[in-house]
Design a protein around this ligand. Structure first.
Ligand code: FAD
Length: 451
């Protein structure tokens, strides 16, 4: 019998969510195509998590060479080569792009390179060819925005930061989210004179207040200049530098200005106006709890829906949607207790509720907190501190939040997240025997309640 459509599922965007949805759908027997405008792997692989973490590792060495002296190493005067880092990072990303290509092809998925345009509930055009499709999945992610101020066009975004020809001597980064904070740590660690400008009182809104304060302090100790409650009002080019005017009347000059003030969903040029898919005021695609838009055959997942903008969330949504469409399972993603880490220096990681949220949601919360100098730094002279917090609902004894600022916080909180997701109580944390000597063992030995 002739198939009714060219493909059962047409995925637009081969990023974290799109690739997972396509692979799961194909594995369940759906004839699947995936369209990609740029490189396979999307933001995470090409301009997000992966290159960011590689740059983060590189920048951490600056401090580690210094720390090594306390342990008897003579490191001389290490020299850093930015071009080498960028080249090695690009090689690694090309390797990942190829892995993605192979995974998709091995799953029998048709890869179509180009910009996809939706022309109806069951039709997509790409490279002048029209395909008829049973269902369309929009997984087009988001893009960084530039400021609407005089001179805003001279600024770079995180996309550009991954491809700079050379490292600036001085950079001003604007933003209070994780991308701004992480890049401030990266540039500072690489020896760039770094200023972080944020319009609010503290960066990282939505994270635990005490953890935010602690991280801000640690960043300052490491040399990042923070201009809080401040904004840039105008930028003017001046020879090969830029003059900056601040909202408080101060002025400055710098080699580079990077904006990380948020990301917008990628919906332009998709043909959504004509197809009847509705957007919210942020330009995000509106979906129901089954990831379905107003048009029953069109779905959306990941950053283009402008909700939790994290790779593992996009992946979970892609898998859940494909299983529901082609495997008869409910499209259910549990969004509770999503652990997350800011790859700042030091890391800030959390799972569950902040102290502020816990106190407003529960009648009786006990806060357990410890702050200490990590063992490694007893020999290095590095005065970085670690903070750990557990929030316990006294009515049930359940741990409802865990926070850490310190070395490897992301690695440690990932394990704690499983316990919290499983509903572990403080008594169970306490009866867990620690791994000694680690910083992580503090999470199972916290006896001191903060009143
Ligand atoms: P994307 O991965 O953005 O994929 C969308 C794809 O669609 C892109 O490849 C795009 O080219 C393509 N596309 C768009 N329009 C079209 C079209 N019309 N036709 C064809 N193709 C199209 N998340 C974490 O969990 N941890 C981190 O540490 C982390 N760090 C980050 C650091 C930075 C600097 C950035 C920018 C993001 C980071 N993220 C991180 C977020 C993470 O990258 C995103 O949440 C994730 O990539 C979203 O996946 P997605 O599938 O929704 O979209």
């Amino acid at each position: 019998m002739m198939a009714k459509f060219d493909f059962d599922l047409f995925v637009i965007g081969a990023g974290s969510g799109g690739v997972r949805a396509a692979r799961v759908a194909a594995g369940l027997g759906a004839r699947t195509a995936i369209a990609e405008l740029h490189q396979l792997g999307g933001t995470c692989v090409n301009a997000g998590c992966v290159p960011k973490k590689l740059f983060y590792y590189s920048s951490a060495y600056g401090e580690e060479f210094n720390d090594a002296k306390g342990f008897g190493w003579e490191t001389g005067s290490p020299r850093f080569n930015w071009q080498q880092l960028v080249q090695n990072k690009d090689r690694e990303i090309s390797r990942l792009n190829e892995i993605y290509r192979k995974l998709l092809l091995d799953a029998g998925i048709a890869i179509l390179s180009g910009q996809a345009l939706i022309t109806g509930p069951h039709t997509v055009i790409i490279n002048n060819t029209t395909y008829t499709v049973g269902r369309i999945l929009i997984a087009t992610g988001g893009r960084p925005v530039l400021p609407d101020i005089p001179g805003g066009q001279y600024c770079i975004t995180s996309d550009d930061a991954f491809h700079l020809q050379q490292l600036p001597e001085k950079i001003v980064i604007v933003g209070g989210g994780y991308i701004a904070v992480e890049f401030a740590g990266i540039f500072n660690g690489l020896g760039v004179d770094t200023t972080l400008v944020h319009r609010g009182r503290l960066p990282l809104q939505g994270f635990d207040h005490e953890a935010r304060e602690m991280l801000t302090h640690e960043m300052q100790k490491k040399g990042v200049r923070l201009l809080l409650n401040t904004n840039i009002t105008a930028i003017e080019p001046d020879a090969d530098r830029y003059r900056i005017s601040y909202s408080d009347g101060n002025r400055d000059a710098t080699d580079l200005i990077m904006y990380a003030i948020g990301r917008r969903p990628n919906t332009a040029g998709l043909g959504l106006e004509k197809s009847g898919v509705k957007l919210d005021k942020n330009g995000a695609i509106i979906i129901n709890s089954s990831y379905q838009t107003d048009i029953p055959s069109i779905y959306a997942i990941g950053d283009v829906t402008h909700r939790r903008q994290l790779t593992p969330v996009a992946i979970a949504e892609g898998a859940a949607l494909a299983r529901s469409l082609y495997g008869n399972q409910p499209a259910a993603v549990d969004y509770s207790n999503i652990a997350t880490c800011i790859f700042s220096q030091p890391n800030l990681a959390m799972v569950g509720l902040t102290e502020e949220q816990a106190k407003s949601q529960y009648a009786d919360i006990t806060v357990y907190r410890t702050s200490f100098r990590p063992m490694k730094h007893t020999m290095t002279g590095n005065n970085e501190k670690t903070l750990m917090k557990l929030l316990v609902d006294n009515a049930t004894d359940k741990v409802v939040g865990a926070h850490m600022v310190g070395m490897d916080a992301g690695e440690i909180i990932q394990g704690i997240a499983i316990a919290i997701k499983a509903g572990a109580t403080k008594t169970q944390f306490d009866s867990t025997i620690g791994i000694h000597p680690t910083a992580a063992e503090e999470f199972v030995t916290m006896k001191q309640a903060v009143l």
